[in-house]
Design a protein around this ligand. Sequence first.
Ligand SMILES: Cc1cc2nc3c(=O)[nH]c(=O)nc-3n(C[C@H](O)[C@H](O)[C@H](O)COP(=O)(O)O)c2cc1C
Length: 323
Amino acid sequence: MKTRITELFGIQHPIIQGGMHYVGFAELAAAVSNAGGLGTITGLTQKSAADLANEIARCRDMTDKPFAVNLTFLPSLNTPDYPGYIKSIIDGGVKYVETAGRSPEQYMPLLKDAGIKVIHKCTSVRHALKAQAIGCDAVSVDGFECGGHPGEDDIPNMILLPRAADELEIPFVASGGMADARSLVAALALGAEGMNMGTRFIATQEAPVHENVKQAIVAASELDTRLVMRPLRNTERVLNNAAVERIIEKEKRLGADLQFKDIIDEVAGVYPRIMKEGEMEIGAWSCGMVAGLIHDIPTCQQLLDRIMSEADALIRQRLNAML
Ligand SMILES: Cc1cc2nc3c(=O)[nH]c(=O)nc-3n(C[C@H](O)[C@H](O)[C@H](O)COP(=O)(O)O)c2cc1C
């Protein structure tokens, strides 16, 4: 399949693996890229710019295909060494960066001078237009369904994607709720040029996370995610568990008085224990409603091959027969 996204990133299939904290290591990024998509290393999961340089080198050992690095710009007391991370990206010869969180405007000159293509992930049309205005090459439009941070507007992709298509000139991919050929064909019909998946890629053979995490996604239905941290305007969609129920109870009890310190035990620094050790109840971790569409743990190659062959059949047979 050829779209503006496959052309932009030099990939075979218009499918991107979004950055994921403590999931987006070199093993997964390389597996997605080797399967014909665009894999992504999550920059901030690496503790320093030197660690990121090492992770990029490991990924290069595992694939000769293009891959990206995610840089997430979050409100934080100790701002990460973004210029250092960007230097590791440039020195490592990485040509694609997925930015997310706050606007990447401040770092665009550094990235663009190095010839890097930037895809900014955002949850609203106004932020997508801003990304276009500051020189991003593409956007990843992340609907309310998504795992992780859906923003505060709560617009699902059935509305958000055609709205983005009406306004944007740069190409965009659909993100949030994407799992299979049906998602891809629907996304293309709504105006996107491909899709970005997070949760679906965690339940793959190559995702370097504990088996418990993969099984939790397979076992979950579309009813099992919750939104937390809305009172802090840092809404996150997570899989429900005992820690999430504690957060929700505190949010109800404290209302507008809730502060980050009230939920710090359930959200701060919990990812290594969940993703690496498989301690599934100790904290909140991002997961999309799309868990309800995930029933197996294929290799990335099997997943992408299945999506592309079923998309072909869907377009040529089911849709064409309706005309
Ligand atoms: C466990 C997990 C961790 C994530 N961490 C990040 C992150 O660090 N930075 C980021 O930009 N997006 C992050 N995301 C969002 C994904 O890149 C992607 O946009 C989202 O998962 C898409 O929705 P889906 O899960 O319905 O496919 C994360 C998602 C998950 C499920």
